[in-house]
Design a protein around this ligand. Structure first.
Ligand SMILES: Cc1cc2nc3c(=O)[nH]c(=O)nc-3n(C[C@H](O)[C@H](O)[C@H](O)COP(=O)(O)OP(=O)(O)OC[C@H]3O[C@@H](n4cnc5c(N)ncnc54)[C@H](O)[C@@H]3O)c2cc1C
Length: 408
């Protein structure tokens, strides 16, 4: 780099208070080392329903937990596309690791996009980057299922101190996390939909286990139920109302990261099916086995799945700092439906991969087993139930027009 170019880059970096030349080239290598650790323990994590300790420790060593934090707070300033790629790579190795990473990054995105300007939240960003803190999410409460836009537990305020007691039916890796980001009713007299987002670290909450996590798949997410008791400072409430954070960041980033993790699981199943079909064809002197058509179907739905994710990633990247565009009916309905579409395509892909492998795919032992992938990916349609999403979106969808051209 010439002296002039270096001077120019430094001047631009100072102006936008971010370095102009992030070293993105390291992201792939760092992710690959986490994926290798995740793949090595994936079977044990699933069998024993245990937290993927090695994988998350490696993510800490590779400084991936703070990778999205802006440079000025000690992170690498990774973009949403970088993060989605990481979720995909980890999904190919271990579904639980990928989902833990996806959920953590969604919380970090809320912190980055809605915490800047608040001294408490900026300090937390610095801690996430320097200490590689793992953040969990608490939205599900009592019997409320995936009805995130409604809270029962309310923040109690006494001067500058606040407290919260929450029946958190599901908190993935709650026992292992260093902090939790939760929704809550703004105050005792607030409506269920008048919510705030609140960040807390280990030193200001306790968790008492109320439900175990003995499930079909995603067993390593350790998504047990807890009674969450928090005492802290009013500064820990995000400065912006939750409805805004929900629409602009929580939903888009969660849906993009989850979908990428599910696509990774689907890709891993397609990988196995491909090796199986190749081997079968070789063994039959080049003759395709009957399951080959299912392999083609698996590849086709994986292609669709990746296309729908990348189209939504590009759309979000273009509008991510444009509040009006993000709150438009069209954007909201597209990003909401991404979750439905991606989860159904991921399940279809893994099913086709299993049918391509036949009994070898159905077995729990052997190199072509896709049982774990199928069990893991079946969580996708119920992780915020697709039925609930489709029922909620019906009215808004009726109001938006039918496109008159392919690219309008
Ligand atoms: C792997 C995994 C990890 C998770 N991690 C977390 C976490 O870290 N933190 C957290 O807070 N939560 C977490 N959750 C919970 C998640 O956010 C949802 O709360 C949960 O998946 C909803 O489950 P549900 O289908 O039982 O609930 P509901 O959404 O209540 O659905 C229950 C049933 O009612 C039906 N239904 C509901 N509403 C409608 C409607 N309007 N129209 C028609 N049918 C409807 C559904 O089809 C379903 O059959 C996790 C879930 C999974 C699977």
């Amino acid at each position: 780099m010439s002296v002039q170019e270096a001077q120019f880059r430094t001047a631009v970096a100072e102006k936008i208070s971010e370095p102009f030349f992030f070293d993105r080239s390291s992201f792939q290598k760092r992710t690959a080392s986490v994926a290798a650790a995740a793949a090595a323990e994936a079977e044990a994590v699933d069998r024993d329903a245990r937290f993927p300790r090695e994988a998350i420790d490696t993510a800490r060593q590779q400084r991936l937990l703070g990778i999205q934090i802006p440079h000025r707070f000690g992170g690498d300033g990774a973009s949403i596309s970088d993060i989605a790629d990481m979720c995909y790579a980890l999904g190919r190795a271990c579904a639980s690791t990928a989902m833990i990473f996806a959920m953590h990054q969604t919380k970090v995105a809320c912190l980055v996009r809605h915490g800047a300007g608040s001294t408490w939240h900026e300090a937390l960003m610095r801690r996430v980057a320097s200490e590689q803190l793992l953040l969990a999410s608490s939205t599900t409460e009592g019997q409320n299922g995936g009805n995130i836009r409604s809270s029962a537990a309310a923040v109690e305020q006494s001067g500058a101190e606040i407290s919260l007691v929450r029946n958190a039916t599901v908190i993935s890796y709650g026992a292992q996390a260093d902090g939790i980001i939760t929704i809550a009713r703004r105050a005792g007299d607030a409506a269920a939909s008048d919510q705030v987002l609140l960040a807390m670290t280990r030193d200001n909450y306790t968790l008492e286990r109320s439900l175990e996590w003995e499930t079909l798949g995603m067993r390593g997410t350790c998504s047990a139920g807890f009674e969450l008791k928090f005492k802290g400072s009013a500064e820990q409430i995000f400065p912006e109302p939750y409805d805004k954070i929900h629409a602009q960041t929580m939903t888009p980033v969660a849906h993009l990261c989850w979908s990428s993790a599910w696509a990774g699981i689907a890709a891993a199943a397609v990988d196995r099916a491909q090796v199986f079909i190749r081997k079968a064809a070789r063994g039959a002197g080049g003759q395709m086995p009957p399951g080959a058509a299912h392999f083609t179907a698996a590849k086709m739905s994986l292609t669709k799945l990746r296309a729908v994710i990348t189209a939504n990633l590009d759309n979000y990247a273009v509008h991510e700092h444009d509040e009006r565009a993000l709150s438009s009916l069209d954007f909201q309905s597209e990003i909401t439906l991404l979750k439905v579409e991606a989860s159904e395509l991921a399940v279809a892909t893994v099913m086709s991969a299993m049918r391509a492998c036949g009994l070898s795919g159905y077995r729990n032992d052997g190199d072509f087993s896709v049982g774990r992938h199928l069990r893991d990916v079946l969580s996708a349609p119920i992780m915020i139930n697709n039925d609930r999403i489709l029922a909620n979106i019906a009215t808004a969808n009726l109001m938006s027009g039918v496109p008159t051209s392919l690219r309008d």
